[in-house]
Design a protein around this ligand. Structure first.
Ligand code: DUC
Ligand code: ZN
Ligand code: ZN
Ligand code: ZN
Length: 449
């Protein structure tokens, strides 16, 4: 048994300064004062927020794409995640040999026994045909509660294919998420850059302007609306994107959305850094302007967004990104960030934007649990819920750096950024896995049913 004493417990509707008791893997008592059972381990949480374990709904661990394999596998990726207060991740799984079932099986095998936090999978739909449609209910049966389609990249679906995908998913009730960028237009802009020989890193954001995101949000939402089915937009990066989502909602279309910490604290000036350092920040959608950052923060504060994902997709600077410094189209896109996601978002929203700890908790715990079928097992401090707890010491100021990070990538994008608030303790289903910022037990993560 573990008792957490006198922390500021972040409940669904209020903060309660009190005690929380975990017996086995479940929360069994929450009150102003809970008697200490004999033999219970006592954790003093005075001056700390006690959150339900954070959920990262967007990771790409152990991923291989056309350009490279990620630096982080499930071992290092989930270690970084749990040290950052994330007790559950939802990783992307791709089909294998055209089969969703086989893809899910392979990804489950890769993760089993290698995760320091709990996990589940989104299934990517990279082609649409009768076999795929037939397998959709089968993978839902096997625990998948969300699918992702792409409107960009070589494996993007056409509008008709997205329509067919949503039609096949609709009877299962699963969530349909999308990477919203117009792939055809990106190809055209990239071809133009290539023709002109303009291939240095600073051209990356110019081939993926914000209007390419908003157009594709509009199109995806329209497809969902024509089937009267809700849709979810991942990694919204721009003012135009936010405005498009609000317009779609005003039309009565149900659109939920996610943004990422990198779009709140980093901007497009990074692409012009000397020594090809801009390669570190090549990701899609790209980093935007200060105006976009402001708009995203306002939208988070006013409740426009449901979730914050890391989009952790880590490649090394040396050896992977730097190799293609003279041709931005060949730089593998993505950044590490699973470890920093929670605390960067906390610092921006709670410290800088005066968001309540309750509203912050909803973005990083409760809403993803609800959207992805894990609630109330995950995502809430409630009797009967899993004993997944993240304790944040509010007073500790620290500077983020690769030196103290746990990604296997050779850099972090948040290097040198100072934040106030530190993940001090993490409990995963009743196991005190992080103490004083260090990992104690490992390999406890289980696949979330
Ligand atoms: N963009 C994605 O869509 N996925 C992973 C990394 C990236 O930059
Ligand atoms: Zn994406
Ligand atoms: Zn992604
Ligand atoms: Zn244990």
């Amino acid at each position: 048994m573990i008792i957490i004493q006198q922390g500021e417990l972040v409940l669904t509707d209020r903060i309660l300064t009190g005690d929380l008791l975990i017996d086995g893997d479940k929360i069994v008592a929450i009150d102003e004062h809970v008697p200490v059972p004999e033999g219970a381990k006592v954790i003093d949480a005075k001056g700390c927020y006690v959150f339900p374990g954070f959920i990262d709904p967007h990771t790409h661990f152990q991923m291989t794409n056309a350009l490279a394999s990620t630096a982080d596998d499930f071992d290092s990726g989930t270690k970084a995640a749990i040290l950052g207060g994330t007790t559950s991740i939802i990783n992307f799984a791709s089909p294998e040999e055209g089969s969703l079932c086989k893809g899910l099986e392979v990804h489950k095998e890769r993760a089993a026994g290698h995760c320091s936090c709990d996990y589940k999978f989104h299934m990517e739909l990279v082609e649409m045909n009768d076999t795929v449609a037939g397998e959709i209910p089968k993978v839902v049966e096997a625990g998948v509660s969300s699918f992702k389609v792409y409107l960009a990249y070589g494996f993007r679906l056409t509008d008709r294919e997205i329509y067919d995908a949503i039609e096949a998913i609709k009877p299962t009730g699963a969530l349909v998420g999308a990477h919203c960028e117009n792939g055809d237009l990106i190809d055209a802009l990239v071809a133009d850059k290539r023709k002109r020989g303009e291939l240095d890193i600073s051209n990356h954001p110019l081939t993926r302007p914000a209007m390419i995101e908003s157009e594709s949000i509009k199109r995806f939402s329209t497809i969902g609306a024509s089937l009267e089915y809700p849709v979810h937009v991942v990694h919204v990066s721009s003012k135009e994107g936010v405005e498009e989502i609000l317009r779609e909602r005003a039309l009565g279309h149900t659109v939920t959305c996610e943004t990422c910490p990198q779009y709140l604290v980093l901007d497009e000036s990074r692409y012009s850094l000397p020594n090809y350092e801009g390669a570190k920040y090549v990701m899609s959608p790209p980093l935007r302007t200060k105006v976009d950052q402001m708009t995203l923060k306002e939208a988070l504060v006013n409740g426009t967004f449901q979730t914050i994902g890391s989009d952790h997709c880590s490649f090394n600077f040396e050896g992977q990104k730097l190799k293609s410094r003279h041709d931005f189209t060949r730089i593998p896109g993505g950044i590490p960030g699973a470890e920093e996601r929670g605390i960067v978002a906390y610092d921006v929203l709670v410290n800088q934007c005066n968001m309540s700890a309750v509203d912050f908790m909803k973005l990083v715990s409760e809403n993803p649990a609800k959207l992805y079928g894990m609630y109330p097992k995950k995502g809430t401090l409630a009797v009967g819920s899993d004993g997944d707890i993240t304790i944040v010491d509010k007073s500790v100021e620290h500077v983020l750096s690769k030196e103290s990070a746990h990604t296997k990538a050779d850099y972090i994008p948040y290097e040198g950024i100072s934040v106030t608030g530190k993940v001090r303790d993490v409990i995963l289903r009743g196991h005190h896995v992080v103490q004083d910022g260090s990992l104690t037990e490992s390999y406890l993560g289980e696949c979330i049913p």
